[in-house]
Design a protein around this ligand. Structure first.
Ligand code: KIV
Length: 279
């Protein structure tokens, strides 16, 4: 059951809404492939987000803008393959839902159809509410995303905290209420003061999932590669690194390189007897 981590059925969007009603925190994390998805799934996360952050985290792009439907479908499919309990949500990439409503429904449907994921996520507030409504009417669960929305990084003037003053915080509440009315099952709140995130969280019945939005959201999401310390260049204040796998990887590979160069690997312990002993 949600919140557990033992043998269970797959989470649904309804489970997450029920978790908010019960006051249970929701644990979300990104994964872009079957290997990491199976690891985080086994760790008992409730939701795996196949984020378009794959463009920057794995592909080395500066922003998420280059992600395509084909790329998100590929990563969605391989991540969904690794997850048996968590709800898998795939990001709709830039320009896959902003241009025309019918195109948005088709793209969302194709993502679900070809990945095995349970929902899509898209960014924006009132301006995407009718699109959200159309996608939800087609039977496709949608997660919203407010605050700092990475696909609008250029329009927002960079990675800036949103909702800082009263007017901006009130606007966030309005956007969240519009998304809820349009049918989202949950909303990501990115980079905003804790007080603004609290107001949004209290204003809607669907769960809010925060990243850089303080402790009062209904759940939290982190980018896996950031929290594992693999993406070492990225260290915003809100990020907690639960491991230092970047450092561990460099050290392991340097040791391997040294041992290969010194003729120590592969050695006797791997079944190779020293030359002259008939090995
Ligand atoms: O793309 C992504 O990984 C995201 C999270 C940062 C919420 O949208």
């Amino acid at each position: 059951m949600p919140g557990g981590g033992s043998a269970e059925r797959r989470r649904t969007t309804l489970d997450l809404v029920a978790m908010k009603a019960r006051g249970e925190k929701i644990v979300a994390i990104t994964a872009y492939d079957a290997l990491f998805a199976s690891l985080v799934d086994a760790a008992g996360v409730d939701l795996i987000l196949v984020g378009d952050s794959v463009a920057s985290v794995l592909c080395g792009e500066e922003t998420t803008l280059s992600a395509t439907v084909e790329q998100m479908t590929y990563h969605g499919r391989i991540a969904a393959r690794g997850a048996s309990c968590a709800l898998v949500v795939v990001d709709m990439p830039f320009l896959s839902y902003q241009v025309a409503r019918a195109e948005a429904v088709r793209n969302a449907g194709n993502i679900l159809k070809h990945t095995g994921a349970g929902a899509v996520k898209l960014e924006g507030g009132c301006e995407v509410a009718d699109t959200v409504r159309a996608i939800v009417r087609a039977g496709i669960p949608v997660m919203g995303h407010l605050g700092f929305t990475p696909q609008s990084v250029h329009a927002l003037g960079g990675h800036r905290i949103q909702g800082k003053d009263e007017e901006a915080a009130a606007r966030l509440v309005e956007e969240a209420v519009a998304l809820e009315a349009a049918g989202v099952f949950s909303i990501v709140l990115e980079l905003m003061p804790a007080a603004a995130a609290r107001r949004v969280t209290e204003a809607v019945a669907v769960p809010t999932i925060g990243i850089g939005a303080g402790p009062d959201c209904d759940g939290q999401v982190l980018v896996l590669h950031d929290m594992l310390g693999l993406n070492e260049a990225f260290s915003p204040r809100f990020l907690k690194r639960y491991a230092e796998l970047g450092k561990a990887t460099r050290e392991a590979v340097s040791r391997y390189a040294e041992e290969v160069r010194a003729g120590k690997y592969p050695g006797e312990e791997h079944g190779y007897a020293p030359v002259g002993d008939g090995g």
